[in-house]
Each structure stands twice: as structure tokens, then as C-alpha cells.
Write a protein of this length. Structure first.
Length: 146
């Protein structure tokens, strides 16, 4: 059995189908707009996150730079102290060199350093002679007691 469909039914069906497609198209358009809005919000959120991350990194770097600057000030102070000490030692060494040169130009018999060195040498020689004398006496005593 063949069913007969009238032209008005076909027309009605076409209109119904057109309305369904129109509604579906409007839903798709709304969904696409919602999707675009979500993408915009996500892009803004990502940008804000990157900005916050950069600000945090910048603050960390500022603290590091501040710490390094403070350390540099300390090192400069230590270096300045060291340089002053070196300068003072150089002056002392020059003074000692002048004293030594003056001593070298003096008569060795008048130079207190030379006199002291000679006394020390004579004391050592005297001690060595006394030790030798004592050893000789011991040998003589040993020889006579036999």
C-alpha cells in the first residue's frame, strides 16, 4: 500500500524541518559565541598568570640584586681594610729597610745588632770550649784512675 502524501503535508514537513535546522543553527551560533568568550577569558587568565609570574620573578631578582649589592659593599669594606693594612706594612717595611741600610753603613763594632750577634757567637764558642774542657777532664780522670 502506497500512502499518498499531500503537498500541504510535504510543505508542513519542510517548514518543520526548516524550523528544526534554524533552532539547531541558533544553538550552534550560541555555542560558538560561548566558546569564543571562554577562549577570551582563558587568554586573559593566561596573560594575567604570566604577568603575575613575571612580577614574582622580578621581585625575586630584585632581592637577589639587593643581597649581591650588600655583599659587594661588605667585600669592598674588607678590601679597603686589607689595602690599608698592606699600605701600613709597606711603610713599616720601608722603615725597617732604612734602619737596616743605616746599620749596614755603620761601623760593625758600633752597630748594636752586630755587637749582639758577636756576643751571641762568643757565648756559643765559650760554651763549646767549656764542654770540650769538661770532656778532657773526664778523660784524664778516667786515665789516672786506672
Amino acid at each position: 500500500m502506497l500512502a499518498t502524501v499531500s503537498a500541504s503535508e510535504i510543505e508542513q514537513h519542510a517548514l518543520s524541518r526548516e524550523m528544526q535546522l534554524g533552532a539547531q543553527q541558533r544553538r550552534l551560533i550560541t555555542t560558538a559565541a560561548d566558546h569564543q568568550e571562554a577562549v577570551k577569558e582563558l587568554t586573559v587568565s593566561t596573560f594575567e598568570h604570566e604577568v603575575a609570574k613575571n612580577v614574582t620573578e622580578k621581585n625575586i631578582l630584585k632581592r637577589r640584586v639587593t643581597g649581591l649589592e650588600e655583599e659587594l659593599v661588605e667585600v669592598r669594606g674588607e678590601l679597603e681594610t686589607h689595602n690599608k693594612r698592606n699600605k701600613r706594612q709597606r711603610v713599616e717595611h720601608k722603615s725597617l729597610a732604612v734602619i737596616i741600610n743605616d746599620s749596614a753603613e755603620q761601623d760593625p763594632e758600633e752597630d748594636p745588632i752586630c755587637v749582639e750577634l758577636e756576643r751571641e757567637q762568643m757565648r756559643r764558642e765559650l760554651e763549646a770550649a767549656e764542654t770540650k774542657h769538661q770532656d778532657t777532664l773526664k778523660e784524664l780522670e778516667a786515665a789516672t784512675s786506672m
